[in-house]
Design a protein around this ligand. Sequence first.
Ligand SMILES: *[C@@H]1O[C@H](CO)[C@@H](O)[C@H](O)[C@H]1NC(C)=O
Ligand SMILES: *[C@@H]1O[C@H](CO)[C@@H](O)[C@H](O)[C@H]1NC(C)=O
Ligand SMILES: *[C@@H]1O[C@H](CO)[C@@H](O)[C@H](O)[C@H]1NC(C)=O
Ligand SMILES: *[C@@H]1O[C@H](CO)[C@@H](O)[C@H](O)[C@H]1NC(C)=O
Length: 457
Amino acid sequence: MAKKHYSIGLWNMKTLFHCSVVMFLVGGLATLVFYRNNNQVAGNVNDVKVTLITKTSTTPANENENMNTDTNRIVSHHQRRLKIPPPSLSLTDTCDLFSGRWVHDNKSHYPLYKEDECPYLNADLACLTYGRKDSKYQQWRWQPHGCDFPRFDGKAIVERLKGKRLLFVGDSVNRNQWDSMMCMLHSSIPGKKKLNMGGLNHTLYSFRSIDYNISIDYYWAPMLVESNGDDPSNHRLDHRTIRINSIEKHARHWVDADILVFNTYLWWRLPIIKFLKSPGSLLGGPNQVYDEVNNVRAYKKVLEIWSKWVHSHIDPAKTKLFFMGLTATHSRAADWGGKKQGTCYKETEPVMDDQFWESGTDPKMLQILEASLNKLKAKGVNVQLMNITQLTQCRKDAHPTVHKKIWHPLTDAQKRNPERTSDCTHWCLPGVPDIWNELLLAHIFPVTETASLYKQR
Ligand SMILES: *[C@@H]1O[C@H](CO)[C@@H](O)[C@H](O)[C@H]1NC(C)=O
Ligand SMILES: *[C@@H]1O[C@H](CO)[C@@H](O)[C@H](O)[C@H]1NC(C)=O
Ligand SMILES: *[C@@H]1O[C@H](CO)[C@@H](O)[C@H](O)[C@H]1NC(C)=O
Ligand SMILES: *[C@@H]1O[C@H](CO)[C@@H](O)[C@H](O)[C@H]1NC(C)=O
């Protein structure tokens, strides 16, 4: 159990150094081909609606009900006159985008970018660069069961992100997603761009567009509260120790974001989490007083602490909030009928059963996350669950395995056992996290059903 966790931590000083070298060397940014939305019609409809509502917004509050009816009447009158279809509901209102299946699509849409077109891509995720020979894993489209999915339109997204700070907070899987977001958007952002990975003692990575005033940031807090994993480069420990009530230390750096995307899960999978009660180092040492807490209870507790913080520090009218669901780790090939000692190593095809569930994902933890978000919702704070758990289950083909930069020389035993040294936790880029981001963007900027869609079936 402890051993498996070693593969979770990962990006160290060398990573940081390597990234800056890569960024220094890669001068010209290649242009990506994006598929333009053709949502002219939807745009016009919304304009009509906005104008009419503004006109009636001076009405006293007690007349609201009548005014709504009036507004509706005026809207439909205009629609008749202008022959404009009624405004469509946003896709996320009408369709569960997270329930679906993977469809192989090598015609046009994917990948959304190429490895060598993204100067920000971390060497732990650039699988083709590090020797992966098959690239089919880059060509899968997510097809929701109930509807079609809007096409990614980088330029339109970038326009809407102007003046905003998007901040990912969590563990290295969230950093994986942040990396994907930079790769998806950078070529659509004109002008000067900067990446700084040294903020706040290397816990804050900030991608800034100067001309457009956009920040796409990541904050390392793998357990959200203060933990012995807080050093982003040195956290390979065989125990998990946290200060359960200490969230403010990290969270004070999150408050000014416009869009907050949290995750935390993988670090809670050791059976026991230590709750430190005495002051002093979280890294161990003499005279420590702590409670040993079962990991499921600990997960519940940390989400309570986090919920309290969100409730008292975040104004949901100003900040959009998201929580990424648990992601699969494909370390037991037997789950999908593979070799007994096998892992995700050498897997090149997804599992084609869209109900597949690998044994490393704990459904209890997902229920705890859902219940925590529901409680917050009842208090008026809506944190949208990005329910990606099922869609990650099938993608045993999409992990870096051994195709990543090796930072520490492998031992002979490790070399003999690529199955065990494989990274089955993170995701190659371009790849699966691009889909999470497409889903995230569809929730941040609700698209209407008339937007340009990926072709169905
Ligand atoms: C696309 O995929 C299909 C199978 O889904 C395969 O038969 C075809 O050769 C592929 N085309 C290209 C250009 O890779
Ligand atoms: C840039 O965006 C931030 C929000 O991320 C905002 O607080 C700030 O005022 C903006 N600056 C300019 C010059 O527009
Ligand atoms: C950075 O780390 C040093 C040494 O651990 C500490 O003294 C300092 O307060 C930290 N700075 C910030 C901004 O967290
Ligand atoms: C999230 O996905 C899981 C697995 O597919 C499903 O069981 C659960 O009901 C979903 N939760 C929500 C809130 O949609």
